[in-house]
Design a protein around this ligand. Structure first.
Ligand code: MN
Length: 297
């Protein structure tokens, strides 16, 4: 059973940083409940010119931030102000509504590389109260030359503390040299594999940054081989059985929910205020594009 190769799209975030957007993909909008996956950087920046993503709202999802290089400051409308560094996860559960901002340190030149993911909340959790958690330490396993960090869910008996609401898994595989391992997979999960740095071979196919391999449910194992130092992200989960709309920074079930959320962002106090962020609040795209695909999954 071969993986299906999906090309990431290129997009621009912040002040002109190019990112590779692997999800949503037109062939697979979600992998388990993972519904968004950006790989940003590595990018070098001058003092004061780092990543600056101004305040913006979210509903219906969890934002999951995994930093590979550099450090990023998260600030949100609940009053959290949290630096995140490599090896740590920031998890923000938007639920009914929250706003946040993210930025690189502003005082010096630097470099960043990170994976930003969203996890769709199932319908019965989609309007829960917003929350934020910083996880400074995650389980780490050594296998076949890979240093594997369990980012979410359970892998090889190790459980990540990250609070999620559907069965899913997230893994970071770091090869410091040639590495080879057979990853045990949950057969009820579909999986996606993204190479962040270097190259990886999966069942004989070679993957480099910029593409995602998709593996449907039913696999019990995935053979991974890296000829040289590499960094690989693996995500998976039980196929998300609900129809969802993804528009701007929102996950919802109807256009009406989106319209209400947008109106509440433009005026009202549903999303609170983010204090002390460097960037200006983000401007939503036109809702007309979403109305045009009413009923789309
Ligand atoms: Mn965000």
């Amino acid at each position: 059973m071969d993986g299906e190769r999906l090309e990431a799209r290129h997009a621009i975030v912040g002040d002109g940083f190019e990112i590779r957007r692997a999800l949503p993909n037109r062939h697979h909008r979600t992998i388990g409940a993972w519904c968004f996956l950006d790989h940003a950087g590595p990018a070098d920046y001058a003092a004061g010119r780092g990543l600056t993503i101004g305040p913006h709202p979210h509903i219906g999802l969890q934002t999951f931030t995994w930093v590979i290089e550099g450090r990023i400051l998260h600030t949100d409308s609940l009053g959290y102000r949290q630096w995140i560094e490599p090896g740590q996860v920031n998890l923000m559960t938007a639920g009914r509504g929250i706003s946040h901002a993210e930025e690189s340190p502003g005082d010096a030149a630097g470099r960043f590389q990170l994976a930003q993911l969203w996890i769709a909340l199932p319908r019965h959790e989609s309007s829960r109260e917003p929350s934020f958690h910083h996880y400074p330490e995650l389980p780490i396993l050594e296998q076949g030359g890979f240093r594997t960090t369990v980012l979410a869910g359970t892998f090889a008996g190790e459980r990540a503390p990250v609070e999620v609401f559907t069965p899913l898994v997230g893994l970071d595989l770091a090869a410091r040299g040639p590495a080879r391992a057979a990853l045990p997979l949950a057969p009820e999960f579909e999986h996606g594999v993204l190479v962040l740095e270097g190259t990886g071979r999966f069942d004989g196919q070679t993957l480099a940054p910029g593409a995602l391999f998709y593996f449907p449910a039913g696999r019990r194992e995935l053979a991974v081989e890296c000829p040289a130092p590499a960094r690989i992200l693996v995500i998976g989960g039980v196929p998300f059985g609900e129809e969802i709309l993804i528009w701007w920074n929102f996950v919802a079930r109807s256009v009406g929910e989106m319209e209400t959320a947008l109106a509440d962002w433009l005026e009202g106090d549903r999303f609170g205020r983010v204090e002390g962020a460097r960037g200006a609040p983000l401007v939503a795209p036109d809702l007309g594009e979403l109305r045009g695909r009413r009923g789309a999954a």
